[in-house]
Design a binder for this molecule. Structure first.
Ligand SMILES: Nc1nc2c(ncn2[C@@H]2O[C@H](COP(=O)(O)OP(=O)(O)OP(=O)(O)O)[C@@H](O)[C@H]2O)c(=O)[nH]1
Ligand SMILES: [Mg+2]
Length: 463
C-alpha cells in the first residue's frame, strides 16, 4: 500500500498578511509558494496566515499562532527562552513583551488548513515562510516547531540546486547556496547549522565558526574562479554566434518558453510542469530558415527572486542580452499574468535589456475561454495570442520572427565561380537564394541577406 503522495514530506505554509495586501493577492502569493514547495517535492498539508503590521521579530507569527503551528508539526509551539544564544537577552526581552502583544497578535487572524480547518492527516516536517526571514527567526521557528524551516528564497535556492544540470549551473547554484548559508552561519555561533554548508572539521586555534566562515569564503572564491573560466569559454563560443540573428524567449517560470522552443526548433529541451525546469540557456537554429535565425530558451523569472540567484543567473541571461529580438512569453491562462510580465520586464530592464525590441506572446491561449481572449486582445493590442501546442500558431510565430528580420535585409547579386563552389553551403547559410543562373563564369545568385552576412560572403569569395 504505497501512496506516492504520502511519501512526499508534509509542509505547512506560513504567511503574514501585511497591511495593504488584499486577500486575493495573498491567495495568489500562497498559490505560487505552494507550487514552489510542490516542485521541491513536498506536499502542502496546511497553511497558517496571520494579519499583522509586520512579521513578529522572534518567530514571524505571534505566540498564539505559533502554538497553532506547533500543533501542525508536533512541536511545542513555543520559542524556548534561555537558549544559549548571543542575542538571547534581546530576544528574551521581546518574548517577555509578547504577552502584552498577544491581543494584537490575535487580531483578525485567520488560519486555514488545506482540508477546510480539519486536522491534516500527518504532522508536517517542513515549515515554509513566505517572507524573507532572519537566521534567528529561522532558528526560533525550528525550535518551536521541531521542523525544518525554509523561507521563499531558501525554497528557490533548493529547487535550483536540484534542477541544475550543466557544470556552470551547478557551480552557480553552489555559490548562491553558500551565499544563503553564510549569513546563517555567522549568527549561529557554531553548532548544528554547520552541516548545512556540507563542511566541518576544526583547525587548531580556530573556533568552529571562524573555520566555517573561512571555508565558505575559500570555497566561494574557488567557485567564482571556476565559473569565470567557464564563462570565458562561453564568450568565445558566443562570439562565433554573434554575427547571426538571435531571438530570445524570456518570461516567467512555467510560461511555456521551452515548449515554444521545442515547437519552433524541434529541439529536445526539457518541458515540465515545474517551476524552474530550465536553468541553462539553449540555442538552436530555426530549421529551414535562411539566413539562419537562432532562438534561445532561457531561465524563467519569479517575483522576489533571491538576489544571489539573480547575480548567479545573470550570465545565463547574457544570452538574452545579445538577442536582437526578445519574445516575452506570458502564460495567458494565469490570473497573475500581468504581474508576471511586469516582473520579467523589470528584471530584464535591470540587466540592461530594456531597449531591445520585443514582442509579447500570450501563450497557453488554448486554456483561455473565448470571451476572455477578447479581453486579452483589448488589454494587449500588440501581443500575439498563441498556443505552443497548436502547430499553426507556432508556424505563424515563426513567420513573424522571420518578418521582423526581413525589414533589415537587402537583395543583391553574387557570383560564385566554379572554382569556389565549396562556398555554396556558406552562401546558403547566410542568405536566401532567390534565383540562380549558371554561365561561363560560375553561378550567379540573386540573394536576400543581412548586410553583414553579405559582407562575410563577399570576403569569403574574395579570398
Ligand atoms: N495547455 C497548454 N500548456 C502549455 C502550453 N505551453 C506550455 N504548456 C505547459 O506548461 C508547462 C510549462 O512549460 P515549459 O515550456 O516547461 O515552461 P517554461 O517557460 O520553459 O518554464 P521554466 O523552464 O520553468 O522557466 C508544461 O507542462 C507545458 O506542457 C500551451 O500553449 N498550452
Ligand atoms: Mg523551460
Amino acid at each position: 500500500m504505497s501512496d506516492p503522495k504520502s511519501e512526499r514530506p508534509a509542509a505547512v505554509l506560513v504567511a503574514i498578511q501585511l497591511p495593504g495586501v488584499t486577500d486575493t493577492e495573498l491567495a495568489a502569493e500562497l498559490a505560487e509558494l505552494r507550487r514552489l514547495v510542490h516542485t521541491l517535492g513536498a506536499e502542502v498539508v496546511a497553511t497558517v496566515t496571520q494579519r499583522r503590521s509586520s512579521p513578529a521579530a522572534a518567530a514571524v507569527l505571534g505566540s498564539g499562532k505559533l502554538l497553532e503551528l506547533g500543533k501542525l508539526t508536533g512541536g511545542t509551539g513555543v520559542v524556548p527562552s534561555g537558549a544559549p544564544e548571543p542575542k538571547n537577552k534581546v530576544r528574551a526581552a521581546r518574548e517577555e513583551s509578547e504577552p502584552g502583544r498577544r491581543l494584537d497578535d490575535e487580531e483578525d487572524s485567520e488560519a486555514g488548513s488545506e482540508s477546510e480547518g480539519e486536522k491534516p492527516s500527518r504532522l508536517a516536517t517542513l515549515v515554509v515562510v513566505d517572507h524573507e526571514i532572519t537566521p534567528s527567526q529561522t532558528r526560533n521557528l525550528e525550535r518551536a516547531t521541531g521542523a525544518q524551516v525554509l523561507d521563499r528564497a531558501g525554497v528557490i535556492v533548493e529547487i535550483f540546486h536540484r534542477h541544475a544540470r550543466s557544470r556552470e549551473a551547478k557551480l552557480q547554484v553552489e555559490l548562491a547556496r553558500l551565499a544563503y548559508v553564510a549569513p546563517r552561519l555567522r549568527e549561529t555561533g557554531g553548532g548544528g547549522d554547520r552541516q548545512r554548508g556540507g563542511i566541518g572539521g576544526k583547525g587548531a586555534g580556530e573556533s568552529e565558526l571562524e573555520l566555517d566562515r573561512r571555508r565558505v569564503r575559500d570555497r566561494m572564491a574557488a567557485l567564482r574562479l571556476e565559473i569565470a573560466a567557464i564563462q570565458r569559454d562561453q564568450q568565445n563560443r558566443r562570439a562565433h554566434r554573434r554575427e547571426q540573428r538571435r531571438v530570445a524567449l524570456v518570461g516567467y517560470t512555467n510560461a511555456g518558453k521551452s515548449s515554444l522552443m521545442r515547437a519552433l526548433t524541434g529541439s529536445e529541451v526539457l518541458v515540465a510542469d515545474k517551476l524552474f525546469a530550465t536553468l541553462d540557456t539553449t540555442v538552436r537554429a530555426l530549421p529551414e530558415v535562411r539566413p539562419r535565425l537562432l532562438v534561445s530558451d532561457t531561465v524563467g523569472f519569479i517575483k522576489k527572486l533571491p538576489h544571489d540567484l539573480v547575480a548567479s543567473f545573470r550570465s545565463t541571461l547574457d544570452e538574452a542580452l545579445e538577442a536582437s529580438l526578445l519574445l516575452y512569453v506570458v502564460d495567458a491562462s494565469d490570473p497573475m499574468r500581468r504581474e508576471q510580465l511586469e516582473v520579467t520586464r523589470s528584471v530584464l530592464a535591470e540587466i540592461g535589456a530594456g531597449e531591445i525590441p520585443s514582442r509579447v506572446l500570450l501563450n497557453k491561449i488554448d486554456r483561455v475561454a473565448p470571451e476572455e481572449r477578447e479581453a486579452l486582445r483589448a488589454e494587449y493590442p500588440e501581443a500575439t495570442l498563441l498556443s505552443a501546442k497548436a502547430p499553426a500558431d507556432v508556424a505563424g510565430l515563426c513567420e513573424q520572427m522571420v518578418a521582423f528580420f526581413e525589414a533589415s535585409m537587402v537583395e543583391d547579386e553574387l557570383l560564385v565561380p566554379y572554382g569556389k563552389q565549396n562556398l555554396l553551403g556558406a552562401v546558403h547559410e547566410e542568405a536566401r537564394v532567390l534565383a540562380e543562373e549558371y554561365d561561363e563564369a560560375g553561378a550567379r545568385l540573386r540573394v536576400r541577406a543581412h548586410p553583414a552576412g553579405l559582407e562575410r560572403i563577399r570576403n569569403l569569395l574574395a579570398r
